[in-house]
Design a protein around this ligand. Sequence first.
Ligand SMILES: Cc1cc2nc3c(=O)[nH]c(=O)nc-3n(C[C@H](O)[C@H](O)[C@H](O)COP(=O)(O)OP(=O)(O)OC[C@H]3O[C@@H](n4cnc5c(N)ncnc54)[C@H](O)[C@@H]3O)c2cc1C
Ligand code: SF4
Length: 458
Amino acid sequence: MARKIYDAIVVGTGAGGGMAIKTLCEAGLKVLALNPGRRVDPAKDFRGHKQRYDMRYRGFGDPKTVRYHDEREYTEGLWEHDVTYTTSPGTQWEWLRVKVTGGKANFWGRSSARFADIDFKAASLDGFDVDWPVTYEEIAPYYSRVEKWIGVASTVQNRPSNPDGEYLPPMKLRCIDYILRKGAEKVGTPYVEDRIAQLTVPHNGHLACHYCANCSSGCDTGSFFSPPWFTLPDAEKTGNFELRTNAIAKNVLVDSNGRAKGVAYVDRNTRQEVEVYGRAVVLAASCLETAKIMLNSKSRHWPTGIANSSGELGRNLCDHLYGTSAYGYLPQLLGQPSRPDNVSASTVVWMPRWQNLKSPHEEKFIRGYSVYPGGGCGEFPYYYRRLEGFGSRFKRDIKRYYPAPVSFTIQAPSLPSKDNYLDIDPEVKDIFGIPALRFHFQWRTNERLRRGLKSCRG
Ligand SMILES: Cc1cc2nc3c(=O)[nH]c(=O)nc-3n(C[C@H](O)[C@H](O)[C@H](O)COP(=O)(O)OP(=O)(O)OC[C@H]3O[C@@H](n4cnc5c(N)ncnc54)[C@H](O)[C@@H]3O)c2cc1C
Ligand code: SF4
């Protein structure tokens, strides 16, 4: 039987893969997409509107099976658990992965800021690393195109460090924001609406947000950008899209000239290896898994992995630092009536994209961070852990504190370093027989100087 050759094979159906699939299908190409898990079914899988008391583990999930800090009972069965990887001595790494269609973009924070010239030309400003080979001016029209299509809510803020885009009306501020904004104004720092890919009005056939605050468990009305609601249905409408589920890409196949000609994948259910062929191969299996597939794509032409003639593949592993830098209560809100104003996390940002522009600087570190103020009347009173007591007094306190908690979470990028990298562990394979990734990562001085920050999202 003649083997089928697709115009393109796209590995992964998340933020990147979904956009490639839609664009190629709409351009008339026949596209095969490989996804390592099943299709997500938003109506069944996103159970944000279930009450905690209806869930077996009160929404937290079975402690024996929950694996990641972002995982909970509401998203049971959607995160990837069959992950094998190793770490070199001293490395701590939590590699989060989502196996269903849409990947991590089902649960992402929706924060959609543009890079500015201070990012593209950071090396010229502070002398570290190299500038990007593109300028803000060149890339701005693409930002506009995506923003207009997916729908991003924000305000025009006229701050060149965080350029404005094409926005839907902003999210409403929470009660705490009015109070905190006054304080920020006093110290002369911006306290503004984040750029958030969440629909404040109906947009391009998608329903507006109903402010249930369940975004991190997936949206059952498709009111923020995610591939199962946006890119994949558009691709399906063209009739050019074929999806193969439970297909775990293992390596890229090459022709006699070393050019990509297809992909070998392992079927999750049968554990059999299958080959598929295409005129082009797009790898969009998320940053780290894509590097793993490429490192595992060894051939006569590519002895250290496909497209790795420079030896840079897997190098300069970076992470985001996160940390809750402060937590407390706004006394003026203690005992006040509660309002359903916790629309979802991260809709507001304090000091967005704060950045040291010159080095050496009095702050002693280069580059910057953003601060996300948390709070508002959430569904679940997480602050209960910080309150003392029991019985009726404890219950009264829970109510009294309900509108008042506030926290500040810092998000900052790490700097690239040649000593932080990925390679393939020569000794270890996963349960599908695929050689495992090995992480080598240490926080470096520049990160340590931003004290109190920790953790990662892979
Ligand atoms: C909780 C959370 C909050 C976040 N918040 C933000 C935010 O506010 N703003 C922001 O910009 N980013 C945010 N991110 C990051 C953002 O979600 C990712 O950067 C983005 O989804 C990456 O897109 P991707 O296409 O590379 O990977 P993904 O969206 O993860 O998609 C990868 C796809 O590849 C598939 N895949 C994986 N391995 C294989 C394989 N071997 N074979 C075949 N397919 C494979 C996956 O199943 C998935 O379909 C957040 C991430 C998380 C987890
Ligand atoms: S808050 Fe809005 S976007 Fe988030 S899950 Fe609810 S309806 Fe969807």
